[in-house]
Design a protein around this ligand. Structure first.
Ligand code: F0G
Length: 476
């Protein structure tokens, strides 16, 4: 693919537009406008493209040409080297800090743990992004749009990773003032440390993520601040490229399953959109199945999809049932509660888009306990990867689906590791420092009672003989 083809575009604004996802509404808006919901019906917006007017490659393999021109920051970026598939901004507006240098790798021990044939379990390590999570894929796109429309102040609510990501885009580019809203005591220290270190105005709200999101939406509306949560449709455009890199890692072959943790449901929504577009453009011949994994303590999607049978239904979602579900949640004052703090969310804003993704990908939803999450996380670590607890829900979910026989041992399964191992050291050290009768207090409070894969640290005197004796005893 030549640079001339990409720059031969008439104008991004001609070919890209915002469109409401409600079939009976389908109102459209220019990409030069800022909306976090359809102004006509209130539902979510998508970014869509007039593909006939864009230089789309004839084969995904065409993108490989950009590996040779990595000195161009747009070709270096693991998001923007696929910019032909998210062409809503001209090259000169693109904000990039080198995101998307991530990798897909297999692990035989983790495949064995999940119950898959050797070589059939792959993990996409999105923790390798500049801020340590997949969020950078979306934030590069959201900040690009913010720059396009001339925003100076940007904000988000977060369980930690979105705030770390937005904060780094603010500090690394100097283009924006960043305000982040987090639930007090609700985010892992690695993430809080990032927002503080990158200089974001960090508001610790006395509440959880759902409260923080409600507040930030209102603040942005009143103050004209640019909102970077995943209600912002541009963010999801960037997150589509995670799937492109997965395909790239598989030499452009489509896997059987994509397994992803579900919180606010932006990622799963973006994945479904990516596959639908690729299929419609003739760039893939089949769509993989999607499994979205909730933590049992934050299982709105699981309850609605698997227990109440809510479906996308061509966009005619059963809103009476959905609204009733949330009304009851309020009435009972039910709040999300899981050790996987990244996905401790009860009101996923991209719910309807995720239902669409599940429809596109013949998807399933499962819930896994904190115990299952931490055990899977320890196995992922022992298998040579590392991730934060929420990410391990993907592997725990794959294991569950394998046990149920929904996933076959011969299926090729890609689990998305959404956040880096160093994000939440307390959870990791707590697990590995526990033993059955002596559990870490925070873990015990969450009902963790077993630590079958704990790698206990060994206390030893500051004495050479004792050190040598301990090593010999442990390694003989
Ligand atoms: N994994 C990690 C590590 C996350 O940080 C998140 C979301 C998810 C999974 C869930 O992804 O929302 O697209 O379904 N974290 C958000 C945040 C909510 O504020 O950082 P999702």
């Amino acid at each position: 693919m030549s640079e001339t083809s990409a720059s031969s575009l008439t104008s991004h604004a001609d070919a890209a537009f915002q469109i409401c996802i409600t079939p009976s509404c389908r109102s459209t808006f220019s990409v030069d406008e800022v909306h976090v919901a359809c102004p006509k019906c209130g539902n979510l917006l998508d970014i869509d493209y007039d593909w006939n007017r864009l230089p789309v490659p004839s084969s995904l393999r065409d993108f490989e040409a950009r590996w040779a021109t990595r000195n161009n920051p747009l070709d270096f970026s693991g998001v923007w080297r696929f910019r032909d598939l998210l062409r809503f901004a001209p090259d000169k507006s693109i904000v990039t800090i080198g995101e998307g240098q991530t990798m897909l790798r297999g692990s035989s021990p983790v495949a064995k743990f999940v119950g898959l044939n050797a070589g059939n379990l792959l993990m996409q390590h999105e923790g390798l992004n500049p801020s340590g999570s997949f969020k950078d894929n979306g934030m590069t796109a959201a900040t690009t749009h913010a720059r396009l429309i001339g925003a100076r102040s940007v904000a988000c609510a977060s369980t930690g990773n979105t705030s770390a990501s937005l904060a780094i885009y603010g500090s690394a580019t100097g283009l924006f003032d960043v305000i982040v809203f987090v639930g007090s005591g609700k985010i892992a220290f690695g993430k809080l440390s990032q927002a503080l270190d990158y200089g974001a105005l960090t508001l610790q709200i006395q509440g959880d993520f759902d409260d923080a999101l409600k507040q930030v939406r209102e603040v942005c509306r009143r103050e004209g601040i640019y909102l970077c949560n995943s209600v912002n449709p541009f963010r999801l455009e960037g997150q589509k490229t995670i799937m492109l890199r997965v395909l790239e890692g598989l030499n452009w072959e489509v896997p059987d399953w994509i397994v992803v943790p579900g919180g606010n449901l932006g990622n799963s929504s973006a994945f479904g959109k990516a596959f639908l577009e690729l299929k419609e453009l003739g760039l893939i011949d089949r769509i993989p199945r999607l499994a979205v994994i909730n933590a049992a303590g934050a299982n709105t999607l699981y309850q609605l999809f698997e227990e109440q049978g809510i479906r996308w239904n061509s966009g005619e979602t059963d809103d009476v049932l959905i609204d009733g579900f949330f009304a009851k949640m309020d009435e009972e004052d039910r709040h999300a509660s899981t050790l996987a703090s990244a996905i401790e969310i009860n009101r996923p804003v991209s719910l309807r888009k995720c239902l669409r993704a599940l429809d596109i990908c013949d998807g399933v939803v499962r819930q896994v306990s904190d115990q299952e999450i931490l055990d899977a996380k320890a196995q992922i670590g022992a298998g040579g990867f590392g991730c934060e607890p929420a990410s391990a829900a993907s592997v725990a979910g794959a294991k569950l689906l394998r046990e149920e026989g929904v996933i076959a041992a011969s299926d090729r399964v890609v689990c998305i590791l959404t956040g880096h191992q160093l994000k939440d050291p307390n959870a990791t050290v707590g697990y590995h420092s526990s033993s059955p009768g002596d559990m870490d207090k925070k873990l015990a409070e969450r009902g963790i009672s077993a630590v079958q894969f704990a790698n206990l640290p060994v206390p030893v005197e500051n004495d050479l003989d004792q050190i040598l004796e301990t090593i010999r005893r442990r390694t003989s």
